[in-house]
Design a protein around this ligand. Structure first.
Ligand code: KIV
Length: 283
């Protein structure tokens, strides 16, 4: 078998599209090399989400996340993954001004990180921009329903699509971004029946978070589902591990060892020389 045959083929946008109505699409976020390495084998899509502003940097919302942050974390995640499709979030203020601003920044993100696609928030009002990007070679993952970058305009985080007006708006948003050429659409915190209706009506995969088990795929923030940060999690997050407490326990054990001079012991110290040379220190 040639060396080339042994190489893992990275998932493409087309592979994701082909999963519509077939296999559930597994997605998680990653911001760093170790997490990206740990999840790559199991994920179809890895998102470098702008949620990193809150999860890694302790920001109040995603509004303050910069393009440079996304570039740095995007590079690390692209480099650390071989199999999953890597998608990078466009941060607030880098795409809303005009289609040309969006193209310039999205092209920069793709060149600098090596990722295969970008994600941006917005429905009907962003459709023209999505069409501008997709018709010029930039695959776009849409994001509708709760849009965290608009948290100040909306007045907080809540389930969307509970009343008729909101439902009509979200259905129109889904139709608009799909018509504009998005290869998939994230449905965040949407009434489950509405999420199912969108999934039935659109031709591209829906990726749910706080939406419905009927979506074509699911995404969670890895730090939430593995409890890496010790933060409270919303109802829609299932905790598959609790890694924060073992980390705290490991740190407590290390601190005890250092204070009691148990660390480093001989096994973690380089071999001592038979006849140590003492070097006089200059006064
Ligand atoms: O930024 C993010 O992590 C996201 C997901 C929660 C979908 O947009």
């Amino acid at each position: 078998m040639s060396h080339q045959n042994q190489q893992v083929q990275r998932t493409t946008v087309r592979d994701i599209l082909l999963k519509k109505g077939q296999d559930p699409i597994v997605c998680l976020t990653a911001y760093t090399t170790p997490v990206a390495r740990a999840i790559d084998d199991h994920c179809d899509l890895v998102l470098v989400g702008d949620s990193l502003g809150m999860v890694l940097y302790g920001m109040e919302s995603t509004v303050s996340v910069s393009l440079d942050m996304m570039l740095n974390h995007g590079r690390a995640v692209s480099k650390a993954t071989k199999k999953a499709l890597v998608v990078i979030d466009m941060p607030f203020g880098t795409y809303q001004e005009s289609s040309t601003q969006a193209f310039r920044n999205a092209a920069h993100v793709m060149k600098e990180t090596g990722a295969s696609a970008v994600k941006l928030e917005g429905g009907v009002e962003m459709a023209e921009t999505v069409a501008f990007l997709t018709s010029r070679g930039i695959p776009v993952l849409g994001h509708i329903g709760l849009q965290p970058q608009s948290v100040h305009a909306v007045g907080g985080y809540k389930v969307m699509g509970r009343d008729a007006g909101e439902r009509r708006k979200i259905l129109a948003d889904a139709a608009a971004v799909v018509k504009a050429g998005a290869f998939g659409v994230v449905l965040e915190c949407i009434d489950p029946d509405l999420a199912d209706q969108i999934t039935d009506q659109v031709s591209v995969p829906t990726i749910g978070i706080g939406a419905s088990g009927g979506c074509d795929g699911q995404i969670l923030v890895t730090e939430d589902m593995a409890d890496l940060s010790g933060a409270a999690t919303p109802k829609f997050v299932k905790r598959y591990a609790s890694l924060y407490d073992p980390l705290r326990q490991a740190v407590a054990a290390y601190a005890d060892d250092v204070r009691m001079r148990r660390f480093p012991g001989e096994s973690h110290t380089y071999k001592r020389r038979a006849r140590p040379t003492t070097i006089k220190m200059m006064k």
